[in-house]
Design a protein. Structure first.
Length: 394
């Protein structure tokens, strides 16, 4: 589902770009005259945003689009070896940049990405200047009957490279679904389509614009995730809860959930294990019934919002959640425990019990805002802790 959500905007832009390219000649002249500036303006916008949010993958995707656009529009490459080399190296370079981990844009750790671009450019210049026999044979050899490829001007070797890069990117989208991974796949398709079309004004305007819009979508989605989602658990963070409260009216319930003895647990087994506990609980909260919307409030505290449900109705679903957490043994990896605890009488990979306390309140109380309901649920939470923990009160 996460992968599909990331790919849908890319698919829409891809279909729209091919449609616009097909009907390019019927676009009014006034629009066409203004459209030539769109890729330039989008490139400046996306580059600025990627630097601001330090999104290196999208930054390098945008850089490849700019390089391809400049090389074709300024006639740095033409038909022949230089054009074919550009068409073959663009997919490979995009795949390499995708496989490199995010290391920032302006940092020493980003040197591998810049080195990759520099080496690829140097190699391309060397091949174009010397025109070695092995390069022309490799690039222009027909490995299959030529009649099957009369629909494109790209050599079979370039098409094979593009297909391999596309399949790798598609697998990466399944394994690591994210907006920037989907954008990388879309940019690859746009670059190949642009080289297939021959670098005409229509292909430069349409496909470059679509590729840059994909990059813009990716960087805005990533910035939204940074602002609204908790990095550790993946749950919406307090800012998202604040915006949700602004929309609340009528009957609703708010629950506060706290991990029992979390500080002691963290001190005993280490912060990595404590983080794993929070992730486990977040996974359980994502499956809460009754239409509950989970949020990470902060530290080991979580919130759940139920629309159109009283505290009494919400308690049924919260009790099921509490039982689910308590009945799910959490396995402690001995290697993750603190050195001071190595001699503890806990066998390696032995399960321990993790429990939570929950307080809940609803808007039927004499309150003026959702924050007041949250305060009441917080008081109920502390009553639950006072009664021995591992219970739901409200």
């Amino acid at each position: 589902m996460k992968m599909l959500n990331s790919l849908v905007p890319v698919l829409i832009l891809t279909i729209g770009s091919f449609y616009a390219y097909h009907w390019y000649d019927q676009i009014p002249v006034a629009i066409l005259q203004g459209s030539i500036f769109v890729p330039f303006l989008l490139a400046i916008l996306v580059i600025s945003l990627t630097i601001h949010f330090n999104r290196s993958a999208v930054f390098f995707y945008t850089l490849l689009v700019i390089i391809a656009n400049l090389a074709l529009s300024l006639y740095w490459v033409n038909t022949g070896l230089s054009y074919t080399l550009l068409a073959g190296l663009l997919p490979l370079q995009l795949l390499i940049l995708t496989l490199l981990p995010e290391r920032g844009i302006i940092s020493l750790r980003a040197i591998p990405a810049y080195a990759s671009l520099l080496l690829t450019t140097s190699f391309a210049i060397f091949v174009v200047m010397t025109s070695p026999v092995w390069a022309t044979q490799f690039l222009f050899t027909d490995w299959l009957p030529a009649r099957y490829f009369d629909w494109t001007q790209l050599p079979q070797t370039v098409l094979a490279i593009s297909v391999v890069a596309f399949l790798h990117m598609l697998v990466l989208c399944f394994l690591r679904p994210s907006p920037h991974m989907s954008a990388g796949l879309g940019v690859l398709v746009m670059l190949v389509a642009q080289m297939h079309a021959g670098g005409t004004n229509s292909s430069l305007n349409i496909f470059s614009t679509a590729a840059l819009l994909m990059c813009l979508y990716a960087v805005t989605q990533e910035s939204w995730r940074m602002a609204y989602l908790d990095e550790l658990t993946g749950l919406p963070a307090r800012r998202a809860l604040r915006e949700k409260f602004q929309q609340m009216s009528g009957l609703y319930s708010v629950a506060m959930l706290d991990v029992d003895h979390f500080k002691k647990f963290n001190d005993t087994y280490g912060h990595d294990t404590g983080d794993a506990v929070l992730q486990m609980i977040a996974g359980k909260m994502n499956n809460v019934n009754g239409g509950g919307l989970p949020y990470r409030y902060g530290g080991e505290e979580f919130s759940i919002v139920f629309r159109n449900k009283s505290a009494k109705d919400a308690k049924l679903h919260l009790e099921a959640l509490r039982e689910s957490i308590a009945n799910s043994p959490f396995v402690i990896d001995r290697g993750s425990r603190r050195k001071s605890d190595k001699s503890a009488k806990i066998k390696n990979n032995a399960p321990v019990k993790v429990t939570v306390s929950v307080g809940v309140a609803d808007s039927n109380a004499d309150v003026s805002s959702p924050w007041d309901v949250l305060k009441l649920s917080d008081k109920a939470l502390y009553k639950a802790k006072g009664r021995g923990r591992n219970c739901v009160l409200g």
